[in-house]
Design a protein around this ligand. Structure first.
Ligand code: PEP
Ligand code: MN
Length: 338
């Protein structure tokens, strides 16, 4: 709930409204951004009786929550959030590219990829060390040694290190080595994990679950922000539909919907959405056109030999060509205002 006080409201009236909100278990906060006093009650133990707030002295307007999420809502934070992780900036009008292999495989692989993607404009280096695999017999990732290799390759090329944390007991190692903690699609509603990454000070890249609604994605983000960490970047990575031509169906509409509902940045993962490298170019440019804050793409020097997701990984030359066009189109996007 957002309470707008009358411009001439007295301190006593402001305190009176705060008392009413507190009586519902809320911890209200005050801001004066808009020239008058705004009192926001982002969470409360029981529903707040708006009538009771309206009838308190000095109140001009009471805005009741239209959505179940609060802290991530644009109602509570009208300006876009801008989240920095080393060289990577999410939000604020730019288009940031995170690139790298599906999984860290060895030192040479991750250093070669890091140098290539950095040379062509990526700002983040991805690479799974803890891999959520559908089959228990598939490569499960290198674990902590993989995190170290990723960190060193990222540092050597001035990139932000981005990798997935799959469980609470991996959080400490991930915080130590990474610049961005990725919560994967399969874990989007692992509420204990969300609360735990919410206690850290690292940006969190939260991927949308394959069967999750946008509202559920925003509520998952709300868990992280409510636990104390406001630095959440959302990621649309395709949802499961009846379509089988692609691995998932990219819900490009999620971008304008999220931008309307939330102040958090949102990027697209065209690689996991499509599952085939030949569609990554088109979907990346679509992400740029639709107003996304960036993309995360999989790149490998020899995709045919990749230990995971080779079919959707770009060859080096394909990444280079993609980045040339991203740069051209980004300049065009920046020059157009509608
Ligand atoms: C990944 O990005 O490494 C990954 C496993 O993706 P998702 O969680 O979207 O399936
Ligand atoms: Mn992958």
């Amino acid at each position: 709930m957002i309470v707008t006080m009358q411009p001439a409201a007295t301190l006593k009236e402001i305190t009176g409204v705060i008392r009413v909100l507190e009586s519902f278990g809320a911890s209200p906060s005050i801001s004066r951004d808009c020239g008058c006093t705004l009192i926001t009650a982002a969470t409360s133990k029981v529903p707040i009786d708006a009538q009771q707030v309206r009838s308190a002295g000095g109140v001009r307007d009471v805005h009741e929550d239209a959505h179940p999420f609060k802290r991530v809502s644009r109602d509570y934070h009208p300006e876009d959030s801008v989240i920095d992780a080393r060289a990577a900036r999410f939000g604020g009008g730019g288009f940031t590219v995170i690139a790298g292999p599906c999984a860290v495989e060895n030192e040479e692989q991750i250093h070669t990829i890091a140098a290539h993607v950095a040379a062509h404009g990526a700002k983040g280096l991805r690479g799974g060390a803890f891999k959520p695999r559908t089959s228990p017999y598939a490569f499960q990732g290198m674990g902590v040694p993989g995190l170290r290799l990723l960190r060193d390759a990222a540092r050597a090329n001035k990139l932000a290190a981005v990798s997935e944390v799959m469980s609470i007991d991996q959080v400490a190692d991930c915080v130590e080595h990474l610049d961005v903690l990725q919560v994967g699609a399969r874990n989007m509603q692992n509420f204990d994990l969300l609360k735990e990454v919410g206690k850290t000070d690292k940006p969190v890249l939260l991927k949308r679950g394959p069967s999750s609604k946008i509202e559920e994605l925003l509520l998952a983000a709300e868990y992280i922000v409510d636990a104390g960490n406001p630095r959440v970047v959302l990621c649309e990575r395709g949802i499961r539909t009846y379509e089988t031509a692609t691995r998932n169906t990219l819900d490009i509409t999620a971008v304008p919907v999220v931008k309307q509902l939330s102040h958090l940045p949102i990027i697209i993962d065209p690689s996991h959405a499509a599952g085939k490298r030949e569609y990554v170019y088109a979907l990346t440019l679509a992400a740029l056109a639709v107003g996304a804050d960036g993309v995360m793409v999989e790149v490998h020097p020899t995709p045919a030999k990749a230990l995971s997701d080779g079919r959707q990984s770009l060859h080096f030359e394909e990444f280079e060509r993609l980045m040339e066009d991203v740069r051209r189109q980004s300049e065009f996007r920046a020059s157009v205002s509608v």
